[in-house]
Write a protein that binds this ligand. Structure first.
Ligand code: UDX
Length: 453
């Protein structure tokens, strides 16, 4: 099929190249000329493992192109997927990009004679597609929904894993209020054989996305709450607690005597909190929107609150254990919000660094890929390095925030050789406390403190 995608950002670009690789003809539209030029030169403007190779392949095959010309893209395609950003602002979700694009699409559809499906992939709060977006497109196209198709198809792409997630979807959710638009979407996704397609109405599709991310965030904040209770009582290891919980066969069934270990259990882990471009903004948007409609979502509120206090609490712990942080050299391992990405948006690491600076510490931070992004945060007085050795050299203490594999494999000897005083705060519980302590390192893990009395 011929597909146009509006928004060559993270979701739009991944969606575009993957659909092109699956045999569709894809035109990606964006309003930033440099971005378009870069993409057409086979260079991805975003960091995502495998994306450059895929881009090269689909451009080489001639099934993918990027353009500034939305009218052309829509006129020569059957479906337009909208994948522009929907950030969270002070009062709730910011739909300004959606508004602008919906107007443009409406104006183009006014002139287009053949049937066209508009599919919203951007994450929008439930009821946005069937009211707000529908109204704008109807107004500017002077047509009604039905004359053109309107669908909602949420994305479930994890940064760092997005191509694999797109190419091997666990489910495809298509919100559609009529059969004609649904059939077009079903044909588009027909290339993903054996994947369950769940058809819902538009609002339910929107809600599935929010509920999925709220559940992930909830599991993380729940684990952190258990960590905080464990720390307050003392001599309880939250990691063992959660391991004990995860043996429950209702969470982790055993098949042929082997534990299945469902991926969701990875979110039942204590740490410095969650971050990224989706979880924080999505749950805040859902909370704000829910409150506007008259329902106060207590669990989601608590999920956000625990996530906000978690980095603060960890720095307090550092102060408790090693005293005044002013003029101490603190090495921070990891800037990205999680491994395998250069994304520092809402990263717990940045929150911890800000706190350490407030306390007067000298911060030396490292990350294998996210340093350039962090440097753009001009207000932060931090010495950056790509390798951890430079950050650890001469440090009074170190705090591990991002679970990069290369940090997990740092041996106790290396910490001892490089640091002035080998004190390790493990914000992700990756190191073995007994091993580190027997090697002469002062080790402090999140969700684990010695008996209090
Ligand atoms: C998330 C959703 O997973 C994805 O389905 C959605 O479409 C976009 O938002 P992403 O933002 O890439 O994807 O992050 P994800 O990998 O889910 O991580 C979110 C947070 O959970 C991070 O802070 C991460 O550190 C944490 N996490 C992730 C864990 O605690 N354990 C894990 O195993 C994975």
């Amino acid at each position: 099929m011929k597909v146009s995608i509006v928004g060559a950002g993270y979701v739009g670009l991944i969606t575009g190249v993957c659909l092109a690789d699956k045999g569709h003809e894809v035109i990606c539209v964006d309003k930033v000329p440099e971005r378009i030029a870069m993409i057409n030169n086979k260079h991805s403007p975003i960091y995502e493992p495998g994306l450059d190779e895929l881009l090269e392949r689909v451009i080489g095959k001639g099934t993918f192109v990027a353009t500034l010309d939305m009218a052309w893209a829509i006129n020569v395609s059957d479906i337009t997927i909208v994948a522009v950003g929907t950030p969270y602002r002070e009062q709730g979700i910011d739909l300004s990009q959606i508004e602008e694009v919906s107007k443009e699409i409406g104006l183009i559809l006014r002139e287009k004679e053949s049937y066209h499906v508009v599919c919203i992939k951007s994450t929008v709060v439930p009821s946005t597609t069937d009211t707000y977006i529908a109204n704008i497109i109807e107004k500017f196209s002077e047509k009604y929904v039905g004359d053109f198709g309107l669908c909602m198809n949420p994305e479930f792409l994890r940064e760092g894993n997005a191509i694999e997630d797109f190419m091997n979807p666990d489910r495809i959710v298509i919100g559609a209020n009529d059969n004609k638009s649904f059939s077009a979407m079903k044909e588009l996704y027909g290339v993903f054989k054996d994947t369950p397609i769940l058809r819902t109405n538009l609002r339910t599709a929107e809600m599935i996305k929010y509920t999925t991310n709220s559940l992930l965030a909830l599991l993380i904040s729940f684990s952190n709450e258990i960590a905080n209770i464990s720390e307050a009582i003392g001599n309880i290891d939250v990691q063992e607690v959660l391991t004990g919980v995860c043996f429950d066969k209702r969470l982790n069934p055993r098949i042929n005597n082997t534990l299945v270990n469902p991926g969701i259990l990875a979110y039942l882990a204590a740490g410095c909190g969650f971050g990224g471009s989706c979880l924080p903004k999505d749950i805040k948007s859902l909370m704000a929107f829910s409150e506007k409609t008259g329902y106060v979502p207590e669990i989601i509120k608590a999920t956000i609150k625990i996530n906000e206090i978690q980095p603060v609490k960890f720095v307090q712990r550092m102060e408790r254990e090693i005293g005044d942080l002013s003029n101490k050299k603190i090495a921070v391992l990891g800037l990205a919000f999680k491994p395998e990405t250069d994304d520092i948006r809402e990263s717990p690491s940045i929150k911890i660094i800000k706190r350490l600076i407030e306390k007067g510490a000298d911060v030396f931070a490292c990350d294998p890929v996210a340093v350039e992004n962090a440097k753009r945060l001009k207000s932060l007085d931090v010495k950056y390095s790509r390798n951890y050795q430079d950050a650890l050299k001469g440090a009074d203490a170190c705090v591990l925030v991002t679970k990069w594999k290369e940090y997990e494999s740092i041996r106790p000897d290396e910490f001892k050789q490089l640091m002035k005083t080998p004190v390790v705060f493990d914000g992700r519980r990756v190191y073995d406390k007994a091993l580190f302590e027997s090697s002469g390192i002062r080790y402090f893990g999140i969700g684990l403190v010695e008996e209090r009395n």
